[in-house]
Design a protein around this ligand. Structure first.
Ligand SMILES: C[S@@+](CC[C@H](N)C(=O)[O-])C[C@H]1O[C@@H](n2cnc3c(N)ncnc32)[C@H](O)[C@@H]1O
Length: 275
């Protein structure tokens, strides 16, 4: 929710200029998710996670701008997919959220390496114009697709963090991307499992001669919690003007909404301040 809500703000900011841009989703997933299937699982019933996530957000009134706009986009996707019931059924992934916002002058490139996910993504995005789905390594795509002819790009780097190399791969891809297009706007999602690991990641990033970069971080419980992933964050490279003013209240409200007991926390900081 954090990454999708911020992503929508980034798309809106890119679209404040008439010139088109490339949206590159390096780890795109399947496009969107049917929450009914997630409940059933492949064979056994599972305990659904969404009531404690998007379910809580949908039940909340008086949301700040960033979350209000996100909720509108989630509801719109659910309706477009054909749900007429009040309860949410179709939950949008990053490709569906961004696909719904594309203008005629904008383009999407979506990379998904896992064949079944890629096939589902291809089907989900088949009717979205100017959208290329690629069964390829998203890190390779950064070198292959930048700089785009438009000379404007928004990247979402959202890997599964299943490999030990993930942070190192991200740092390398960011360095390559910035060499090819120094003004590229990049959003990188990371899990908050070990603080020290995240700090080492930030250290590695700052060695890439980073332009202005902000971090939005969210924790739903304290370090004492038994939760495996207590929170997550988003690194935003070259954030658009005044993004922090919209993201800060949004992240704070989201941490309160998703709180799993004492210790919920939100922070928006500069890794490299604006000049
Ligand atoms: C966290 S999910 C992406 C979710 C999606 N960005 C969204 O917000 O809806 C990560 C995806 O990356 C895919 N993946 C893993 N390694 C990859 C790689 N090197 N290149 C491209 N896709 C990869 C996985 O199969 C998985 O579907």
């Amino acid at each position: 929710m954090l990454k999708h809500a911020v992503l929508l703000q980034l798309v809106a900011a890119m679209q404040r200029k008439p010139k088109g841009f490339l949206y590159l989703d390096t780890h795109a997933g399947r496009g969107g998710y049917d929450l009914n299937v997630a409940v059933r699982g492949d064979t056994l019933a599972r305990i659904p996670e969404w009531p404690e996530g998007i379910g809580r957000l949908l039940a909340q009134a008086d949301l700040p701008e960033m979350l209000r706009e996100y909720v509108v986009a989630v509801r719109a996707h659910d309706r477009r997919q054909g749900n007429t019931a009040a309860e949410l059924r179709f939950y949008p992934g990053s490709p569906a959220l961004v696909g719904a916002k594309m203008r005629e002058q904008d383009r999407m490139a979506l990379c998904e390496q896992q064949p079944d996910e890629c096939a589902a993504l291809q089907a989900a995005m088949a009717r979205t114009p100017r959208c290329a789905v690629r069964a390829m390594d998203g890190y390779e795509a950064v070198g292959a697709m930048l700089p785009p002819p438009e000379r404007r790009a928004l990247l979402l780097i959202d890997p599964p963090f299943e490999s030990e190399r993930e942070f190192a791969d991200i740092i390398r891809a960011v360095g390559e991307g910035l060499r090819r297009l120094p003004d590229a706007v990049m959003a990188i999602w990371y899990p908050l499992t070990l603080r020290a690991r995240v700090d080492a990641f930030f250290d590695g990033l700052t060695h890439q001669a980073l332009p202005p970069t902000m971090v939005a971080e969210l924790e739903v419980a304290s370090e004492a919690s038994a939760l495996k992933m207590r929170g997550c964050g988003l690194v935003i490279i070259n954030p658009p003007w005044q993004l922090l003013a919209v993201v800060q209240p949004g992240v704070t409200a989201l941490s309160r909404c998703l709180s799993q007991g004492a210790g919920a926390r939100a922070a928006c900081t500069w890794l490299v301040p604006e000049r």
